[in-house]
Structures are given as structure tokens and as C-alpha cells.
Design a protein around this ligand. Structure first.
Ligand SMILES: C[S@@+](CC[C@H](N)C(=O)[O-])C[C@H]1O[C@@H](n2cnc3c(N)ncnc32)[C@H](O)[C@@H]1O
Length: 247
């Protein structure tokens, strides 16, 4: 079992609560509105579909959404939530799809769960092959930021209320561009420990990897409302299409 699989099998039970706390559930409809523009009347594939946070509102907008995830528990939550989305267990670093989609998307830093450069390129390659002729790949990923790191580590209190305390501990390994992190969720008398390893990428590295697999940047935004991507953006939403031959 991959370590990411273990993480999300543990995380599944609290994922919805967590994404409500950090504002990602509130944002899901905005994300769906952005994505719908690329696939009206066509189908879409989500990489790391999770509990359907984005896929469900996108389906409600009339898009046929399918998805891949490697966590049994996340897939179970999705299946209990809706029977309108076909989702299967698979690794987004290495998948084959017979069907071609107008939109393939990978949001909320899910691309970073692939912890080597090779896995990230393999994911982009599989995604490019799953696109139809006019298809686009949309990736939402955060801009690497190291403010607050001291001697390569940082601990952040993310959320505190009467019932919950959410602490996030990170260690930075610059040689692999990995962040080795653990969420500690104290609630009542219980503590849940959720480890995760991520690989960060700068937008220019992402563009270069995409170019390696025959994709080119079409648009880049700083958020789902199409705000500008600037030097103070904390994330980007990048849209790639198949490379057009230039004469
Ligand atoms: C940050 S969550 C995002 C879930 C959902 N896309 C959302 O936006 O709420 C990452 C998801 O990717 C899945 N995942 C992690 N590594 C994966 C891999 N190698 N292959 C497929 N899914 C993976 C996890 O199980 C989890 O559901």
C-alpha cells in the first residue's frame, strides 16, 4: 500500500469536517463553475476525486464526471454520497483510460501527493493521453512558500475552537522538494495523527514538465474567480491544452 493511500484512508473520516474548517467546501461551487466552462455537454475526469467535494457540484451542473482515487475509504464516502459519478481505484501517477475527456482536472494540491518528479511527469503524461482533441488539463496547486520555517521546519496552529485543535508540523527537504508533514487533530479526548508527504513545484517547473508530455499553457489564474496570478499569489490554477504545431 502506498503511504498516500494510508493517509487518506485515515483522513477520510474527518476529510469533510477538515475541508469545511479550511474553507474548501465553501469554494467548491466556484471551482465547479470555472471547470464547467471547459466541458459543457462533455465529460470530465478528476484525478484524486476524494469525497466528490468538487465532482458533485460539477455533476449538478450537468457535466458527466468520472474519477480516480487510490483510497478505498474516500471512494466509499463518494459512493454513499452519489451514484451519478463513476469512480474507480487507481494511481494517478500511472493510469490508462480508453475514454477521452474534454476536461481532466487535479485540484486542491492533489498533484503534490506525487512525491517524485518522475511520478509527476507520469501523471501529466497519462492525463494528456486521456484528453480529446480539444481537451484541457486543469491543475490547482499552491505556490511554494517557506515563510515561518526555521532550520527547515515549521509548526502551525491551523484552527482552535472549543472542541478542536488542529496543528500542522512540517519538515522541508530541499533536495527532493518534499514536505514531510503531519496533521495532529485534538478533539475531545482523542488525537488523530495524519502523516503526509508532498512534493512542491513552482509554476515554471510545472510548465516544463507539461511541455515534456506534449502540453502547453493556455491560461493561468491566481484563483477560481480568474483573479490575476501575481507575485503575491498563494496558488495558481493552470490550464493546459495539447501542443499546437507551430508553422
Ligand atoms: C487533497 S485530497 C483532494 C480530494 C478532492 N479532489 C478535493 O478536491 O476535495 C487528495 C485525494 O487524492 C487521493 N490520492 C492521493 N494519492 C493518490 C494517488 N497516487 N492516486 C490516486 N489518488 C490519490 C487521496 O485519496 C485524496 O482523495
Amino acid at each position: 500500500m502506498l503511504s498516500g493511500e494510508l493517509t487518506y484512508n485515515t483522513f477520510a473520516s474527518v476529510y469533510e469536517q477538515y475541508t469545511i474548517i479550511v474553507g474548501k467546501v465553501a469554494e467548491a461551487d466556484e471551482t465547479a463553475a470555472f471547470l464547467e466552462r471547459f466541458c459543457r455537454g462533455r465529460s470530465a475526469l478528476e484525478l484524486g476525486i476524494g469525497n466528490g467535494r468538487v465532482a458533485v457540484p460539477l455533476t449538478e451542473r450537468g457535466v458527466t464526471v468520472e474519477g480516480i482515487d487510490n483510497s478505498d475509504n474516500m471512494l466509499k464516502i463518494l459512493a454513499n454520497r452519489t451514484d451519478r459519478i463513476k469512480a474507480w481505484k487507481g494511481n494517478i501517477a500511472d493510469f490508462n483510460s480508453v475514454q477521452r475527456y474534454r476536461l481532466v482536472y487535479c485540484v486542491y494540491n492533489t498533484f503534490m501527493v506525487l512525491v517524485t518528479r518522475e511520478e509527476q511527469i507520469a501523471c501529466l503524461r497519462s492525463a494528456a493521453e486521456a484528453l480529446d482533441e480539444e481537451g484541457v488539463l486543469v491543475i490547482e496547486v499552491r505556490v511554494p512558500a517557506f515563510d515561518g520555517f526555521v532550520s527547515g521546519q515549521k509548526t502551525t496552529t491551523m484552527f482552535v475552537d472549543h472542541e478542536n485543535t488542529f496543528v500542522h508540523a512540517e519538515i522541508h527537504d530541499p533536495t527532493t522538494q518534499n514536505l514531510i508533514q503531519t496533521f495532529l487533530w485534538f478533539s475531545g479526548t482523542s488525537v488523530r495523527r495524519i502523516p503526509e508527504r508532498l512534493r512542491y513545484v513552482y509554476h515554471q517547473e510545472l510548465d516544463t514538465m507539461a511541455e515534456c508530455v506534449g502540453l502547453e499553457l493556455l491560461e493561468r489564474w491566481g484563483d477560481w474567480k480568474r483573479g490575476a496570478f501575481t507575485d503575491s499569489s498563494k496558488r495558481h490554477v493552470s490550464v493546459y491544452r495539447r501542443t499546437r504545431l507551430k508553422c
